[in-house]
Write a protein that binds this ligand. Sequence first.
Ligand SMILES: NC(=O)C1=CN([C@@H]2O[C@H](COP(=O)(O)OP(=O)(O)OC[C@H]3O[C@@H](n4cnc5c(N)ncnc54)[C@H](O)[C@@H]3O)[C@@H](O)[C@H]2O)C=CC1
Ligand SMILES: O=C([O-])CC(=O)C(=O)O
Length: 274
Amino acid sequence: MTERKASGELRVAIAGLGSIGTKIATALDQGIEGLTLSAVAVRDPAKHQAFISSLRRPPTILPLDQLGEAADIVVECAPSSQLRAIVEPAVKRGRAAVVVSVGGLLDNFDLVDLARANGGRIIVPTGALIGLDAVNAAAIGTIHSVKMVTRKPIDGLKGAPFIVQNNIDIDNLREPLKLFEGTAREAAKGFPANVNVAVALSLAGIGPDRTRMQVWADPTVTRNVHRVDVEADSARFSMSIENIPSENPKTGIITALSVIALLRKQRATLCVGT
Ligand SMILES: NC(=O)C1=CN([C@@H]2O[C@H](COP(=O)(O)OP(=O)(O)OC[C@H]3O[C@@H](n4cnc5c(N)ncnc54)[C@H](O)[C@@H]3O)[C@@H](O)[C@H]2O)C=CC1
Ligand SMILES: O=C([O-])CC(=O)C(=O)O
């Protein structure tokens, strides 16, 4: 993230103006120290025209693969199927890509090598989770185990490939049902739009094959609930977060706020937390 406009501001582009992307665009437009919203990529420009025009400084609309030409930081906020199309051209140009569809990174991990070879970066925000600072720190030493349990309301899980492929009826549940137990890597395949947090946790800690996870469909909760237990040689810690869903029931409101906090840190004079 070293290249800058003549004004000294870092230019930020956003790929995907859904639940997360629109909030980040709004925050940038309202002002984040040292950053400016330069471009966006959308699937259907007509649908987003009113929103884009309502911004004080409307960004240019560009195709996904041109965002890296107009920005120093490209923020991916689209479905994970688009991850490669967004991140590859950006990191090839030596840009930083902030990835929220982090589950999709596991099948595209060569992008990390591509970024390294071209002076680019891939940055995964804490997103809808909690405490990746502590996991990062513990991973400097030895982490023995990381276990995560996710409970979601029915609307937050509908359509997940694991549920569809196994023909599981979650619509008529009256009590919590454990849908899945396995590794974070397996969870990301079965629930690609639901467990990005588990993949972020695994990349901060002991990797997607050693991070264990359960996914529950829970008709008794109204929030996306994640509990994490870590055993390390430096500390033992447990963390939980209850996320209020956004207009997209699969996505917690805090996800966009996490990216905004990350962007604020890029040029802030005082930075708190790792
Ligand atoms: N890392 C984390 O903690 C979290 C990550 N996520 C992930 O973040 C991603 C975005 O989530 P939301 O904003 O809630 O999804 P959303 O469905 O509200 O928005 C996605 C947007 O991408 C747009 N889009 C689709 N194809 C596109 C293309 N080819 N070019 C440009 N735009 C395109 C859609 O039109 C839509 O506006 C998802 O992959 C989701 O799974 C969600 C919650 C937490
Ligand atoms: O990780 C995800 O994909 C979304 C999630 O659980 C949340 O928003 O709480």
